[in-house]
Every structure is written in structure tokens, then in C-alpha cells.
Design a protein around this ligand. Sequence first.
Ligand code: TYD
Ligand code: MG
Length: 454
Amino acid sequence: MAKPSPIFTCAECGAAHKKWTGRCDACGAWNSIAEEVPLAAGPGTRTLGAAKGRRIELSRLSAEETPPPRAASGLEEFDRVLGGGLVPASAILVGGDPGIGKSTLLLQAAASFARQGVSAIYVSGEEAAAQVRMRAQRLGLADAPVQLAAETDLRDILTTLDAARPGLAIIDSIQTMWADHVEAAPGSVSQVRAAAHELVSFAKRRGTAVILVGHVTKDGQIAGPRVVEHMVDTVLYFEGERGHQFRILRAVKNRFGPADEIGVFEMTGGGLSEVANPSELFLSERGQASPGSAVFAGIEGTRPVLTEIQALVAASPLGTPRRTVVGLDSGRLSTILAVLEARCGIPFAGLDVFLNVAGGMRVSEPAADLAVAAALLSAREDVALPPDMVVFGEISLSGALRPVGQTENRLKEAQKLGFSQAVAPDRSKIEGDGGIRVRKMPDLVTFVGEMFAA
Ligand code: TYD
Ligand code: MG
């Protein structure tokens, strides 16, 4: 047999290249490409057995074939992000930076599922069973009926899982797994892919829900979780700012529920505790009404979440003024600055602009545009916005305000938290006033005139 020619894969996104380059064309990452030995068809790769190629008509699926209902863990924030509980036979990836709290979260989730009667196995490839036990003790979960295994050999793990047939298996982490039929180091793209493939097909074959933990990596030696995103049903990322207690579990892909759903947790000495009302949390640090602050009534997944957008505008000593953004897309900031300049005649040239979402939250909705503009204008004019006001609306390049979805939910949440007025785009669909005064505006020029006219 001809010797397989080498391929070069990107450890960030898994893209294959014919030759080595310093930068991956597919995802733009630098220094992430390494030579990989192509996947050999080893003994472990033939697995489907009796079910091979079996067809069944959609309409003939009997009740037996349709999956049983979801299992809830009772950890409500976790269940919500999954789309309402754990779907049997599903494969879930939980990615996140090292040390963000993935192992803590999943051990807590395993214990919660186990207490609800879902048999759970937690396989750690990073810590010894005794260490996991110590962590469980610290979390007050020492008596939870979870089975532990400290193992990295994929064949052994599959044998164990096959014998135990658990309802849930957690693999912490996919980068430490080692499949002996693949000639590559653990953590390489081919190992991570092969291990994920085996575990996902085990999930489908045996009806076990499998959760894979993946560390987000900073260098090209170890494959990142993006390499297996396409193989799994659900992709969750666990994120948070260092120095903040808040952790956000975000669904970026979900075959069984809405994407963009978030669950909010707080890291405490006794593990992660759920935050039932994130708006309260994100606004809790808000002090007196000060220039540069605007409250955005946003929607994350199926839930309204209020966040504070903060801006600082100061004369710049630099030829090219700074544009620093935390928690928002920097391209969006540039667009809004350009619209303010071109349509409203308010220039930001020669001014440094700092923009921040308070509490370590990340906002990606276009509906945040108007709140960003409001914070920028308030900072630039040194005029505080009314403290009891929320703002939302998308800004188009013409300077017009476009209505956004779920207006009523946004207003209801704002009212619940004690806000009494809102600025929304004209044409927003609002039935009944919901006890909150809504000022509808057609465009940004009107907004500037009404809010900042001397
Ligand atoms: P861990 O779950 O090990 O992170 P990951 O698996 O994502 O690498 O969490 C590690 C961090 O969490 C560590 O910095 C300590 C902190 N932590 C707490 O603050 N309280 C706790 O009860 C536990 C278990 C961890
Ligand atoms: Mg860990």
C-alpha cells in the first residue's frame, strides 16, 4: 500500500491544508498548523454492527423508536441551555478556557442527574479518582450516586461504558483521550477527532448521552474544541471574565433547542450556584446615574436580560485614537460611530472611545445598537441618561431605527426591575403599555434631538 502523504491540519478549526503555512486560510489563526498522520481505519472504527445501513420510513417510526422524553437535572440553568433537559443518545460538547470551571459544572450536573435517577459516569482523563472525589466533597456532593473513572485509553472507556450502559457519560476532557488505532499524540487533531467520533457513535448506538469537555487552546500543539463541533448535536461554551464571579453557559449550536440560550452561574467557594435572575445581577453594580451609562433591554435565547452598556470618551493624545471594546463586536462600534458622524454630524475623530458591557456579559444582538449609541453620546456630551430608562433598537446605515423582536418581553423585564420608561424604534409592536412609558423614535437624529438637546 502506498504510504499516505502527510496532511497539515489547523488545530483551531481542523481545516486540512496540502502544505504547511504560518496562518490558517480557513480561520485566520496563526501558528496553528501541524503535520498530521491521516486517520488509519483501525479496528475501533467499524462499530455500527447490526444496525448498519438500516432504513426506516419516517412515518413508520413507532413510539418505541421515537426517543424517550428529556431528563431534567433539576439544575435549571443547565437544563434550559440544553433546551429543556438532556436528550438520550445526544452528544454534547462543553468548551471553555482552562480553569473557567468546566469540571466543576459537569461534576455538579452529573450529581444532579444521578439524583434524578439518570445513571451517570464521570470519566476524568486529567485527575485521579481521588482528586475528583476531593472536589466532590468540597462541592458537598460526596454522597451523590455518580460513578467515577480515571482513564484515558478510549478502548477501556468504551468497554466500561458498554458494560455499564449509563444514561449519561461525561468525558473530561476530549483532549486527553487516546485511541490506540491512531498514530498520533493525544491532543492532536486526529486523536481528538477519532476519540470524539467513537464516543459520539457510542452515544447513538447505545442511547447514552455523552458530554465531551474541550479546552479552548491558545497554541497549535493541542486541538481545540472547534475541531469536533460539527460531530456533536449540541455545542455549549462556558465563558466568563477572569476576576468576575459570573460564568455564562451559552448554547452556540443545539439540534434539540434554541441556540443562543444562556445559563448564568456564580463561582463560589462551594462550587457554581445558579443565578435565577441575571438582569438583577448585571445591574447590581450600577451606582448613581452617570454619563456614559445606558441600560440595554436585551434577549438572550428565550429570556430577557438587562445589561448596562458603559462608554468613556476622552480626548486622544494619539494620531489614531483608541477604540477599545469589551463584550461587544468592535466592528459594530465602528459602524455606529460612522453613522453618528455621517447622519447626525457628531464626530468622534480625535477622541479615544472605550466601550464595555458591565458584569462580564457578552452582547451580540443588533438590538444593542441604540443602547451603544446612547452610551457613546451620553459620555461624549457628559450628560447622564434618565436612570429609570431602558433602550433598544437596531440602527441601520441610514440612521433609521429598525424594530427588533420580542419588544413586549423586553419591556416586561424592564418594568419588573423598576424601570419606568423605554426608548424603542418606531413601528415596534407593542400591545398595551405594560405600565412602562415607551417613547418611539424613527431615527437616530430624533433620538439625539430629544435626549441631548440643551
Ligand atoms: P475547574 O472546574 O477545574 O476548571 P476547568 O475544568 O474548566 O479547567 O475550575 C477551576 C477553578 O474554579 C479554580 O480556579 C478554582 C475554582 N473553584 C472555585 O472557586 N470553587 C469551587 O468550589 C471549585 C471546585 C473550584
Ligand atoms: Mg477540568
